[in-house]
Write a protein that binds this ligand. Structure first.
Ligand code: OAD
Length: 240
């Protein structure tokens, strides 16, 4: 808490772990999506282009139902509270579930895009996912083109604006909170490295250590995002 209390430019980098308590499965580890599916077969852009109906059926439709039901948990709410307290500036998230915005954070960089919107692969028109009729797969745009999530598949580039802004935020923050990410997917995993090299204190919140632990991060607060954020917010509110 001693590092966060005086911070005014803190940035959070979040991953799937923060949304587990909202009912969204992570990618790696026990119960992770990549335990059930080969990401290269199901989440690679080449697979989608080869067989969009299959990718919609086994991945996208399920995710749509899960994300539709999900609500922010104490981890998301805690980060929103840190923003209200004037400590946290921005959230860089690898998640596509929109839960940080729903919790109240106002500057959220969606590093891997969003699931809230679908995009036509033909005319590029965007349509809100909640409006998509998925009774026939793959769903189509009014122009006849196939709809795809406005999220990053394996084999695709990070949206340039998201990458640029994240690098900018990482190099100017005073503290970086790294919450619920295994920190193995690049280039997201290099944001804490940029932060550390630029002089920020890097704090991890995760039940497990990651490749950053003890190398890039100053320390790891072990535990679930919701529990740890509740403790942090209570301590900071007492100090104010
Ligand atoms: P992962 O599934 O790789 O990692 C989830 C992390 O959350 C692990 O380090 C867990 O230890 C941790 N964790 C588990 N329960 C937690 C809890 N209650 N609170 C906090 N942390 C918890 O997810 P990401 O790191 O987000 O990319 O994965 C990065 C990218 O890999 C994803 O954005 C996705 C995936 O392939 C694309 O699809 C492009």
């Amino acid at each position: 808490m001693n590092d966060l209390a005086p911070a005014r430019q803190a940035v959070a980098l979040t991953g799937a772990g923060i949304s587990i308590d909202s009912g969204i499965p992570p990618f790696r580890g026990k119960g992770g999506l990549w335990e059930r599916f080969d990401p290269m077969e199901i989440a690679h852009i080449d697979s989608f282009m080869r067989n969009p109906a299959m990718v919609w059926k086994v991945l996208v439709k399920d995710l749509k139902d899960i994300i539709d039901r999900a609500r922010p948990n104490d981890g998301h709410k805690g980060l929103a509270r840190l923003e209200q307290l004037g400590i946290l500036k921005s959230v860089i998230t690898q998640n596509i579930d929109g839960l940080h915005q729903m919790a109240g954070n106002t500057d959220v960089i969606e590093f891997h895009g969003t699931f809230a919107w679908q995009r036509c692969i033909q005319c590029e028109r965007r349509i809100e996912t909640s409006w998509v009729d998925a009774s026939e797969l793959p769903p189509r745009c009014t122009c006849g083109g196939i709809l795809r999530p406005d999220a990053v598949f394996f084999g695709e580039m990070i949206p340039p604006a998201a990458l640029w802004r994240s690098q900018e935020m990482a190099s100017h923050c005073d503290v970086m909170l790294v919450v619920g990410t295994s920190a193995v997917v690049q280039p997201a995993a290099s944001m804490p490295i940029i932060a550390r090299q630029s002089g920020a204190v890097v704090i991890e919140i995760n039940p497990e250590p990651t490749p950053l632990t003890g190398v890039i991060s100053s320390y790891l607060i072990r535990g679930k995002a919701g529990d740890v954020m509740n403790r942090i917010v209570s301590a900071l509110e007492i100090k104010r």
